[in-house]
Design a protein around this ligand. Sequence first.
Ligand SMILES: [Zn+2]
Length: 222
Amino acid sequence: MSSTIIGGRPKGAVLNNSNRRPRPSQAEAETAVRTLIEWAGDDPDREGLVDTPNRVVRAYKEFFAGYYEDPVAMLATTFEETAHYDEMIVMRDIRLESHCEHHMVPILGKAHIGYLPSGRVVGISKLARVVEVFAKRMQIQETLTAQIADTIHQVLKPRGIGVIIEAAHQCMTTRGVRKPGVSMVTSRMLGLFRDDPTTRQEFLSNIGSPRNSIENAHFNPK
Ligand SMILES: [Zn+2]
């Protein structure tokens, strides 16, 4: 496959700092938060809110730290060559905290990653870091899922990879249609995970529930 992140990059994907506009200053960002407080109907000068713009801006720095890291470079410097291990590697229940790009409110859930190495493996903490770097950006779940799979595929060149994310979107649970308890499942299967039903089934068995919904999910073939 051709991957992907560079050529067929999903809309909205940003790999690193290049081609981005200059950032506003911290003071400008704090002024914007102050405006939102006033717009919401409160007094930004009252005691409890005086430091809020600064706190919000610092929180945003953490929430969106992923724009300043390049997951391809990060993975590329840490993989290990190993010709000996060629069974499926699965990491499940990776905690996922992101923000939806439509409302900038939390998307909370878990990611599951499986791949069939062909000579290259990475430590499981690195897989979790790839999830984190892409999650700490403004996202939609479909793009996030594809970016994680494509990046690992691009760097490790495995025989196959599968990424499944199940997450709840606060823009659905706390506003709008208000559907608490609803989670969304997205997946990206490449190589043998896409082409070989036995491999895909092994992956799904390894991660356990929610198998039925995953089996029926749309697999986003490239
Ligand atoms: Zn949203």
